[in-house]
Write a protein that binds this ligand. Sequence first.
Ligand code: NAI
Ligand code: KPL
Length: 298
Amino acid sequence: MRILVFGAGSLGTLVGGLLASVHDVTLVGRNRHVSRVSKTGLDIVDAESAHVSPAATTTETGHDADLALVTVKSFDTPAAAEALEACDVDAVLSLQNGMTEEVLESALDVPVLAGTATYGARLVAPGRVECTGIGRVVLGVLDGGTSPLAERVGKAFRDAGIRTLVAADMPRRRWEKLAVNAGINAVTALSRVENGGLAAGEASEVAHRAARETARVARFEGARLPNRVAREAIDRVIDQTAANRSSMLQDVEDGKRTEVDAINGAVVDTAEQYDYEVPTNRTLAALLRAWERGEGLR
Ligand SMILES: NC(=O)C1=CN([C@@H]2O[C@H](COP(=O)(O)OP(=O)(O)OC[C@H]3O[C@@H](n4cnc5c(N)ncnc54)[C@H](O)[C@@H]3O)[C@@H](O)[C@H]2O)C=CC1
Ligand SMILES: CC(C)(CO)C(=O)C(=O)O
């Protein structure tokens, strides 16, 4: 399969690098990293280990591919969609956190698959990416159900050794992931604790409230996500990733823009369509945006 990876940062470089062992992969990213990869290849280290040589470029348009994998941060999705419009790709798959697939779908006239990834990735130097945890990619049709395209992409991932599930219930899975991220990411970022710090106490209650509100909004949207399932999901992730610093906590510590708009912001925006109040998500989004506008960003 010819695969374009749009956003060769941590996750895109790891997944694109793994795919490059059996597929024709082009990484689209920023200069020092892509020039190192095109000169000397890419080292994948830690939980996965490989040396691969995908094509790598800073040129965003004019590519021809069977699949474009979108792995930019959620706030860069509109720019990615614009660049992909000027490429000839047959299908798109997002592995991003937050509700980004709708942005891609409204801009592009090719099928957009939904995806979630629980692999951990960290770009530690140009040409070198750490796999900090082997997780799983789950992908499927955005509105649910199955399709030959989703099966083909799932097989392409599995052929490359990536643990992958093709799921028929992506609407529920996306909302479940959003509930987990709405609770854990914003609360850990604001209280500066690792994920395990949400196992009990006041911050834990705030995280659970945000997840519960998200589950309610998911049900308005037709996704089958009972509160109990959302609670079990967030508890499981807190337990399994106790030592993690969430991606949003890392962004805040690094003075970088967060994905709050596509996570808590998306819950607030969707809830408004149903005249439903989500005070916890609204407060978390407001505090993070205030931090971004104020002293936070470097
Ligand atoms: N890093 C991880 O372990 C995981 C990340 N995710 C999600 O994956 C997404 C990406 O996360 P990371 O890889 O950590 O972020 P990152 O910031 O390391 O990577 C994004 C990359 O996209 C590049 N980029 C942005 N706009 C571009 C453009 N127009 N053209 C070319 N390159 C462009 C940026 O320069 C950056 O290198 C996020 O939504 C994140 O929440 C999900 C699961 C795990
Ligand atoms: C699942 C979780 C919360 C793991 O840290 C994550 O997705 C993130 O940090 O963005």
